[in-house]
Ligand binder design. Sequence first.
Ligand code: BES
Ligand code: ZN
Ligand code: ZN
Length: 499
Amino acid sequence: MDISVRKGDLTQEKGDLLVVNEFLGVGEPGGATGAVNAALGGNLAKFMKEDHFKAKLGSAFVMRTHGKIPAKRVLVVGLGKKEEFDLEAVRQAAAASMNVAKSLGVKSVVSILHGAGMGGLKAADCAQAMVEGVRLAEYAFESYRSTKKEKPRVQRFDIVSRDGQDVRQALKGVEQGELTARGTMFARDLVNTPAGDMYPQKLVHAAKQIAAGKGTIRVRVFDRDALVRMGAGGILGVAQGSDHPPFLVHMVYKPKKATKKSVALVGKAVTFDSGGLSLKPAEGMMTMKIDMAGAAAVLGAFSVIAQVAPACEVHGIFGAVENMPSGKAIRPGDVLTAMNKKTIEVLNTDAEGRLTLADTLSYAVKQKPQAIIDLATLTGACMVALGEEITGMMSNNDALSTILLEASRGAGEKMWRLPLEKNYRKLLKSEVADMQNIGARWGGALTAGLFLEEFVDKTPWAHLDIAGPAFAEREIDPYTHKGATGHGVRTLLSYLRSL
Ligand code: BES
Ligand code: ZN
Ligand code: ZN
């Protein structure tokens, strides 16, 4: 499907589906929607009223135009409450229009540029959000189906505005939206792929493929022998039970004229989490192919980083392992030594993400970045605290957390800061080692965050627990269907653009 922006008058546009919009509780349609309504002899407003169409965010009203205007049908998409309107509403409205287009089986869509000039939104940002919404709504993971869905695909999605300056701005936004969506879908594909086909070596392959042919990206891969030399006891320990060997992957993006600054993006990359000898129950294991979603987000961001072109150096680091039970697996009570020489008593082999991150974060610190951001499907406890849609963020640095919260808001990825409560450090005290890998019954997301903090020294660092939002168990919003979400990519890219 092609997405374009051009100058034009919606009442004169040909196409299968013409998309306009409306705020909740507006009496008479105004602006472009008003113009289309007038061209239809006032019938649009009349029928909306008759059908009690309320214009809740993402809702849709469709009518045929019977030749009154060149477009075959008009779709009014709801923008929700005017006071709540923001970029995320733009993203969802565009996604909702795409979902209607898909279900009607139309080939071409012509849409208003939602949100330009409303509530201080910039045309470029609106166009970017629209493209993200449309592309992500269109996304489907079909590689494992023998029969593909039969509906004809939407072939064109044209965004049309009467304002020439908006069009010029929007063109730039479309470009950024395409990149963000592409990175997000790259991550979705990796996470959706069954763990039987997505083992550590495959993540290494993905990293190499991203770097191939790009002068600005290099990849270093450390295999088991190298990890032994580096003292990566956490990664090696978790990998012990699996037939798949572990790898530490280090990607570096370095622009031609790099600024002095550098940041490190670290991802949890457990390609399957059975729990190990502390085996998960069947129910809890069902979705555990998603346990590499943190690394997938880092790879997703790296897949478009050369085009997004941040000015500073960016490191992408993950320790890829599979967590399996076997005669060789680590046992509860075993003690591992992480790369920074700290010792860890493993009381529960299902708290494996922090063991791999202990090494990965230690390695990241050695690159001397100004900031480290890690993303990890780390704890069920974070889902208990914040539910399925909100990331739990913990940080040792207020400035970094403010920037990330800002980036996540614009990107439409919900995030809430949780405390690194130092009084809870005692919960990680071990009888035999420097620390143990589980806390007490309560506050599991926080003790996990405190555990990770032991491996970042004084580096400004933010930990994003994406256990909830990495995977949608149900439809979340018009562009997040069931399955992997690619959560984190949009926030990371927005953060990198701001550097
Ligand atoms: N990968 C899981 C966390 C998880 C759970 C992610 C559900 C996504 C959905 C993690 O490795 C894990 O098993 N954590 C344990 C930690 C506990 C043993 C301290 C948990 O959350 O139960
Ligand atoms: Zn686990
Ligand atoms: Zn895990």
